[in-house]
Write a protein that binds this ligand. Structure first.
Ligand SMILES: Cc1cc2nc3c(=O)[nH]c(=O)nc-3n(C[C@H](O)[C@H](O)[C@H](O)COP(=O)(O)OP(=O)(O)OC[C@H]3O[C@@H](n4cnc5c(N)ncnc54)[C@H](O)[C@@H]3O)c2cc1C
Length: 224
């Protein structure tokens, strides 16, 4: 199934061109030691795989011989509070790491912008992702509720900040002024992020910050 999905995804999607993705090795490893890439950005845009890769990346960091938690510098910075970033955070919390999640918009922002009442498919059905994040819901709203409940129960509060660059400084990484971390997990997905217009009404149920499928609104009155 995965093979057919990847074939469709990379050759048959509407844009018609193959999207470039970062080269990612086992457990999200990249060409830069200390930086791992997880979730959709690692290649398979499905909820369960995103959670799985997030948790596995943290487990791999814990196994790195030269990783020494503790001290004033963050052990881990997680960029992006989507499914993969929060799955990584749950694992970091369990391991007692000193970590922070940085989110440009709001937690699970990609899912927040799924169309109202969207059915949720948790393929592969027989897969149990690594880590603690679990998916039981079958529609968007229930999915958001259960993910937010898991995040809150673990006391994970992302800092609202769009990270623009990661710079190596000695043996740590600078990701924002005054923010340094020994390890970085990039969990920014592939949906980009939107800027809200900051006007009254923007949080109404009928307002979306992204258009996924124009067909859903055919024949209806829309303001773009
Ligand atoms: C319309 C739609 C329907 C889908 N339906 C399903 C489904 O039914 N079943 C299924 O299994 N999968 C589905 N998916 C796929 C699923 O949503 C993704 O696999 C999952 O959300 C990926 O999680 P992620 O954490 O990698 O990325 P995302 O969920 O995209 O999260 C990335 C987060 O990073 C933040 N971010 C981005 N850039 C920065 C930055 N520079 N600094 C700080 N934060 C940043 C974003 O704001 C966002 O919150 C669907 C996807 C879409 C778009």
């Amino acid at each position: 199934m995965l093979k057919r999905y990847m074939w469709w995804l990379h050759t048959r999607w509407p844009a018609g061109t193959v999207e470039k993705l970062p080269e990612v090795g086992t457990d999200g490893a990249t060409a830069i030691p200390g930086i791992r890439v997880v979730g959709d950005l690692a290649g398979i845009p499905l909820l369960k795989f995103s959670a799985d890769t997030g948790a596995r990346a943290v487990q791999a960091i814990l196994r790195e011989p030269d990783f020494t938690p503790g001290g004033n510098t963050l052990d881990l910075a997680i960029i992006g509070a989507g499914v993969s970033g929060i799955a990584a955070a749950l694992e970091a919390k369990k391991a007692g790491l000193r970590f922070q999640v940085f989110e440009a918009v709001q937690p699970f922002s990609t899912i927040v912008n799924f169309p109202k009442g969207k059915p949720i498919y948790t393929y592969p059905t027989d897969m149990t992702p690594a880590g603690q994040m679990r998916f039981r819901a079958s529609v968007k709203e229930a999915l958001l509720d259960e993910l937010e409940a898991q995040r809150r129960a673990a006391g994970i509060e992302p800092v609202t900040l769009r990270i623009e660059k990661i710079e190596r400084v000695g043996d740590v990484f600078q990701i924002a002024p005054n923010v340094r971390a020994k390890r970085v997990i990039v969990a920014i997905g592939r949906s980009g992020n939107y800027r809200k217009p900051n006007v009254p009404g923007e949080d109404l149920d009928k307002v979306y910050h992204r258009l996924y499928d124009p067909k859903e609104y055919a024949g209806r009155q829309c303001l773009v």
